[in-house]
Every structure is written in structure tokens, then in C-alpha cells.
Design a protein. Sequence first.
Length: 488
Amino acid sequence: MALAVGLDQRAVHQCSRAAIQSQVSSYGRPNPPWEPPKFGIAASKDEEPVIPRISIFAGLRDESKEPRENQDEGVQLPSVAECAVHLQLLESFHVLREKVLKSNALDRTFSIWPKIPRRSAAEYRRNPRRAAALDPTFQARRQKKWHIFVDLAVARFASWWGEMDNILRLLDAGEIPPLDVLMVWHSLLLNPRMYTALCEESGYQGMSSLRFPWKAVHDAISTKDSSFVLTESATATYSKQTGLGPDLLGYLANFEQFAPAVTKVLSKWANTELRKADIDQALQASPDMAPDQVCLLEHCVIAIDQQPGPTSGLRNAVLRQVNFVEKMGEQVWLRSPALSGTLNRAISRYGQFLVLFKKYPSTLLVPTLDIDLAWHTHLCSPQQYRLATSHTAGRFIDHDDTIDKDALEGGLDKTKDLFRIRFGEEYLRCLCWDCEALRSALEENPVRQGCREVDYEAISETVSLQVAYHRAVEIARRKQEPLPVHAV
Ligand SMILES: [Zn+2]
């Protein structure tokens, strides 16, 4: 099986290369040797395909309907549905970061302007984009917005966590926090030692036995564009708890609302260095400041406070996660024709990966991207993770995302060898849509039951059509055009 997939994998890539090559080289010539298949266009929204299929999320547990005390605490790996929601959540984080970085309104909020010669000022007013190109430092300085956004998100997480007496009850009722707070909580969960230390320090042991609210997260995310919207009750609860609305980006981007003293603080933060004294000064200078802006400044104080504590590395943990989010975004598994197969295989390979920890306790074992997704999904439910790793790996397995590149490369080489020795399967494999769809098709084929009559040509034709169709849908989705339809 592995060999068959290996050979077909090479063939797929050769075929893909040939197809792309022929498209490029035949541009403008008659009778191109290869043409991508053409699909009809949906006449209405109702006709448009839903990708990923709703059925993939069918197994999600509704925490509001299953009280915690009744939950089965046996050994469990993450489910396909949970991994699929995790992909949705990562895509939402990606979309959020893109919006922050690209927002011109946020540039104004933080007074991040292109530095241009005085004589070009008039030109800047006429053509801001051209003026921005005159300043080679402008794009780099705009990155600071994301750092400030993360700092504020960490502060908002601290306010949310401070209301912990209510949080367990709220989470049980499906009331999750806003996306930025969720992003911080998610990064904290991926650093289990930091998370446990915080739970212990705050005395919130319930948070370490919590199952991540995947169902509520899924309900908040739009399948179409991965935007994130809280329910009305969750919005009201969060606003009441913390004094700020759930949409941090929308709030900050509304630059015209801020008092001059607040604008001065935000500008200082983005362009020089912000100190607590600056914020105190702003609060004193504007005694009539609107309550939400006072609340924002209070969050600024928490954000720049560098006191050592269990979460002092949290900001960097959130920033480090961007890497993983981007890698997942490049794979686009969420919209691939093989989503279910990819996730099923990822979970099963993750189970094998855990076994390696038991067999080789002193080796640095490094996950592949698919295994890492299952691992991260598992970490989001700390108790489930603790039980399963103790059972399968024989001990608690820490997740450390600060290991340096050289050590990771060496560890990956070693893991590849050990995986092959232990399970007789390839560890590193191509996880692109074509290869994954082919793998799924071969798994569903009777070849597994020992039947030798396999029509590889028919399989490959079906797979390539499936992939071409999903690719066409994804292109149309990104262009915000009506989606193609196809009877597969
Ligand atoms: Zn491939």
C-alpha cells in the first residue's frame, strides 16, 4: 500500500508539473495539450456547494447539553470534527491578523504614517498608496500593529480570566470569549506547563479539566469567509464582564471616536515607547473621558506591565503561533476534497507518534504538520490530553514550541527513522491535495481487501477531477465570485 501510494505520488506530481507547464507554455497558442476541466456556475446561492461538508462537524459535542460531570473521562484522541473546527479556528486567526496588518484605519489610530519629504505631502493626500511606496520603512512599521493588538488581546484575556468564577458556567452554556481572547487562551493551552501554572496560581482547577468548546467555536465561524461572530448573549456577557466590546479590531479601527489623550497614548505605543506614566497622564488630563476609553487605557496598563508571573511568556507564545497558523493556511486542508481522510490519517498517525514517546523516552520526537494539528487539537482539552498521553506514552508529554531549528531538524530525522522501524510506514509524506485525495481514494478501494483488479486509471481520473473542482471552488471563493457546480 505504502509503495503503491509512493509511486502514484510521484506520478501525480509529475502530472501536475506537466499540466502547469503546458498551461504556461501554451499561453496564446492554439490547441493546448492540456486543459483544466470546466465547470458550470451556480445560478443562485442555494445551488452553491458547501465546502467543507456540514457532515464533517456532525460529531461535535454540545457542552451545554452534556454536563461536565457526565462526560466520559476515558482515553480519547481528538476527533475528526474537532480537528476540522481547529482548522476553521486557525483560519479565523489568519483572517484576523491579515485584517489588522492591512487596516488603513488602524494605521490612523496608531498614527503610523509614511515618512515622506515635505514637498511630497500634497501627493500623499492625492495618492496614499504611492506615498506609502516612497517610505521603505512604512510596511515594517505597520507590523507593530499586530504586536500591539496581541498585547491588548493578552490584557483582555487577563480580564476574562479574572472573571473565572463565571467562566466555567458560561463555557458550559456555550458562551465563548471573543476571537482575540480565544487566540490567547488557545496559545496558552498549547503551552501546558504555563497553563497548569496559571490554573494553580489562580486556584481555577476546573479550567484544567475543561473540554475545549469546539461546538460553540464552530457555531461562531462562517464557513464562507471564516469571520467570527459571537452570539448576542455571549457578546452581552463579555461586554458586561470586561467593559469592552467583543470586536477589538472594529473598536480600535474607529479612530475618530478617541479622545486626543487616548490617541496620543496609542501613537506613542506604536512609534516610540509607552510607559505607565504616559497613561496616568492621559487619564488625569481627561477626567470626562468615555468609560470605554478609560477601560481601554486600563487594558493598556495591563498590556505593558512586564511583571514576572505564570503568563509572562504568553505574548511571545501567541506571536510564535503565527508560524503554525500560516503553515496550516498554506495547506488549505479545510477546503480540500480529502479533508475527512487527511484528518483521519492525521489522528491515527498522532496515535502512533504518542507510542514512540513510550518506546524512545529520551529522544526528541518532532511531529509532521498533520500530526502537529492533531496534537494541538488534543492539547486544547487538557484533561483529555493528560489522560491519553499518560496511558499511551506512559507519561505526561510536554509541548515545547521554543526548540531551535537545528535541534528540530535533527529530531525530525531521528523520528522519521524510528517511525519507519516501528510501524513500517513512511513518516514524511507529501500532504498536498492531490496526494491526499489519491491516498483517500486508494484507501476506499478494494485493493485493501486483497483484490488485485484495481483500475488505477479510473481512480486517478476521478481524483484529478475532484481536485480540479475543489480548486476551482476555492479560487472562486477567494475572488468572491459565484461558486462552480459539479456533479461529483
Ligand atoms: Zn503531493
